[in-house]
Design a protein around this ligand. Structure first.
Ligand code: DXP
Ligand SMILES: NCC(=O)COP(=O)(O)O
Length: 250
């Protein structure tokens, strides 16, 4: 089974927010992505709303419900009370919890399950009780004990933080090392019965090797590199290119 592509709309929202105007439209580009066969949409609303605004969420929820009911909405964020309430109001199919500080420019590490595992347990249970699948952002450093602690939170999946892998675009040997660490983390998660997602700095160039190493990868969420390609190739063609890179025969 190829990894499913969820298109992260944060970068589109960031372009829109340069002006007090409604374009580029997050909802319209989400529609184009889903029409082109993306499996889902991802957003990462940050507390300062510098990318996705809280008001985007009901619009995207309605887009999926009304026009693409076979697809999924994935909301990412730090599990503050405000974020949890936002998820409970929006009811995404999946919530990806990340340990981001509000001042961070972008996500750059996974949870420390040794120190944060107990904090996560009731939060995971609360979201799952409302029918949302829960994925936890995790470092892909090959730490098998950390994966066991992630499993103990009750989460359904982990999302491998692939930033260090994506950062090796100009150093293939280091890229292979990072990929092996991601692969070992993923294998440990699979052995624990956790599903495995991945995201951050994935591109059409670095995806094929990753999905080959982790053939059971459930889902990738991609925004920055995909939006960069969409400027060149258009959103629909870009989604098809990424689907091919995920292993879909198109
Ligand atoms: C959780 C994660 O991996 C991030 O990639 C995030 O979703 C992207 O967020 P920004 O687009 O706000 O940098
Ligand atoms: N979870 C990762 C994500 O949604 C997108 O990350 P990026 O492709 O914008 O780096």
């Amino acid at each position: 089974m190829p990894a499913k592509l969820s298109v992260n709309l944060n970068a589109v929202a960031m372009l829109r927010n340069r002006r007090d105007l409604p374009w580029p439209s997050v909802a319209h580009l989400g529609r184009v992505a889903l029409q082109a066969g993306a499996y889902g949409l991802t957003v990462h609303p940050r507390p300062d709303q510098r990318h996705i605004r809280f008001s985007d969420l009901p619009v995207l929820r309605a887009l999926i419900d009304d026009e693409f009911p076979q697809t999924e909405f994935n909301i990412e964020g730090y599990p503050s009370e405000d974020f949890l309430l936002l998820c409970e109001r929006t009811e995404p199919e999946q919530v990806t919890l990340v340990p981001d500080d509000p001042t961070q420019a972008t996500s750059d590490h996974g949870f420390n399950f040794r120190t944060q595992g107990e904090m996560l347990k009731p939060i995971v249970a609360r979201l799952k009780a409302k029918g949302m699948r829960v994925s936890l952002f995790a470092d892909g450093d090959g730490d098998e004990d950390a994966v066991k602690l992630a499993k103990a939170t009750g989460a359904d999946r982990i999302e491998l933080y692939t930033g260090p892998y994506g950062g090796c675009f100009d150093d293939p040997a280091k890229g292979r090392e990072q990929m092996e660490l991601l692969g070992r983390t993923a294998d440990a998660a699979k052995a624990e019965g956790l599903g495995v997602n991945a995201g951050h700095d994935l591109t059409v160039a670095n995806l094929p090797a990753l999905v080959k190493r982790i053939p059971y990868l459930a889902e990738v969420s991609i925004g920055h590199g995909l939006t960069a390609d969409a400027l060149e190739f258009g959103m629909a063609e870009t989604v098809r290119r990424f689907r091919r890179a995920c292993g879909e025969a198109l």
